[in-house]
Design a protein around this ligand. Structure first.
Ligand code: AMP
Ligand code: MG
Length: 412
């Protein structure tokens, strides 16, 4: 430990770190403000109202086939012959009552005429003039979705707190919610640090690097639902860092990048400490991304992410993403793992949860995971190729080709 550095607390496991973040956010009980947005802008947002069905769904007994609406008792025996009264299309209704021995031609999506209770598919009929022969017997409500069978008027269909994806958007549209109450998106300050880091529109000297982290972290923040707020690059100098961090306290969450390792010029933690920060953890037993800091300063949660681009990418996705979710009204969504077969053997250092950028694909009807890039921790070329991570757990021995392993698909 370098002289004067804040004391290092116990290193947490991956799961412990997630639980710590979840618990600290829950304790803070930060309820976001609510705003009403047009449905077209609601994707990815968290619903802030309970939504009920405005009417039965379907609203009428609806045909699911093109054919003939019949009284099932008339068409019970095979080869019964019925009299055709007319037709009903989707978007219309049949105005008369259909009597015994009669039927009506019906199209998919049309309401069943009064008196009928089933639809015979056109393929199972023969028509001659106004006589329709029903070749197969039919049972009551065959080829019909009954009124209210999906849900009944007044029923609670979407709870407050639900993330709105395409399916929920469709459901909201079907009940006429053109505008919907959602929680306000949190503003997330991105504070890159490092004397060697220069803006991307400037030609770096041979000993400098472009600030790729802000753009990358902004993309993760936006896909998580937050509003990225890019703050200027902080030098490895205490006073300047302090000014930047103080300015960023207007945000709902601070993502600092770089300057959290053990080097002489890793000053982010010192500055946060000077500003009165509370540190909940300062390292996590994961690779990449071990020097990950989480805490709260002047009421704002912050993550100190490693400056290394891949480490920053991994830790932002694993830890900051679910935190942003909570700040926008969602429950804490832990990253989920799936299983895939490993294409090639992997060497793994035990004791750490390892996340290796990888491609997850289906081959011969099986999910297969292949590592990408050279797996160096600064390898953005590999990250760009990856659509997820291979996950190797602390106690697990190095997996062999063909082993079933955990993978984590990555959100874009
Ligand atoms: P640090 O965590 O500050 O020790 O930085 C670790 C590595 O990440 C160093 O090689 C830095 O040059 C690099 N790095 C830090 N910040 C950025 C950034 N914003 N964009 C790209 N690379 C960075
Ligand atoms: Mg640095």
């Amino acid at each position: 430990m370098k002289l004067g550095a804040p004391s290092v607390t116990k290193m947490l496991s991956f799961e412990q770190a997630l639980s710590e973040i979840e618990a600290r956010l829950a304790d803070a009980n930060l309820v976001p403000a609510i705003e009403v947005v047009p449905l077209g802008q609601a994707r990815g947002r968290i619903l802030a109202e309970d939504v009920n069905a405005d009417r039965d769904y379907p609203p009428f007994n609806r045909s699911t086939r093109d054919g003939f609406a019949v009284r099932s008792q008339d068409a019970g025996p095979a080869n019964s012959v019925l009299t055709l009264d007319g037709e009903v299309r989707a978007g219309e209704y049949f105005k008369a009552e259909v009597g015994a021995g009669h039927c009506v031609a019906i199209m998919t999506g049309a309401p069943l005429p009064s008196g009928t209770d089933a639809v015979v598919m056109i393929e199972h009929t023969r028509t001659e003039g106004n006589r329709v022969e029903i070749e197969r017997p039919v049972t009551s409500f065959e080829n019909v979705v009954r009124q209210g069978s999906e849900c009944q008027a007044g029923k609670h269909i979407l709870p407050k707190g639900r993330r709105l994806r395409a399916g929920e958007i469709g459901l909201l549209a079907s009940v006429g919610k053109g505008n919907v109450a959602v929680y306000v998106r949190p503003r997330v300050a991105l504070i890159p640090t490092g004397d060697e880091v220069v803006p991307i529109d400037r030609k770096p000297e041979w000993y400098q690097v472009r600030n790729s982290n802000s753009a990358m972290l902004a993309a993760v923040v936006a896909s998580a639902g937050g509003i990225p707020w890019e703050i200027g690059i902080g030098p490895d100098q205490k006073e300047a860092l302090r000014i930047l961090i103080e300015r960023s306290l207007e945000a709902d969450l601070l993502l600092l990048s770089g300057g959290v390792s053990m080097g002489k010029y890793d000053l982010v933690e010192d500055v946060l400490e000077d500003l009165g920060a509370e540190f909940y953890f300062r390292s996590v037993a994961i690779r990449p991304g071990k020097p990950l800091v989480f805490g709260r300063v002047q009421g704002r949660f912050f993550f100190g992410l490693p400056g290394n681009p891949v480490s920053g990418f991994v830790t932002c996705n694993l830890f900051a993403r679910p935190a942003i979710g909570v700040l926008m009204g969602n429950r804490f969504e832990r990253p989920g793992f799936l299983r895939a077969r490993l294409a090639k053997p992997v060497r793994h250092k035990t004791g750490l949860t390892t996340f290796m950028p990888a491609r997850i694909e289906t081959r011969d009807a099986e999910p297969v995971v292949t590592l990408v890039g050279w797996q160096g921790s600064g390898d953005l070329v590999g990250v760009a190729e990856a659509n997820g991570f291979l996950v190797v757990h602390p106690g697990q021995s190095s997996p062999e080709a063909g082993d079933w392993v955990d993978v984590m698909p990555m959100e874009s």
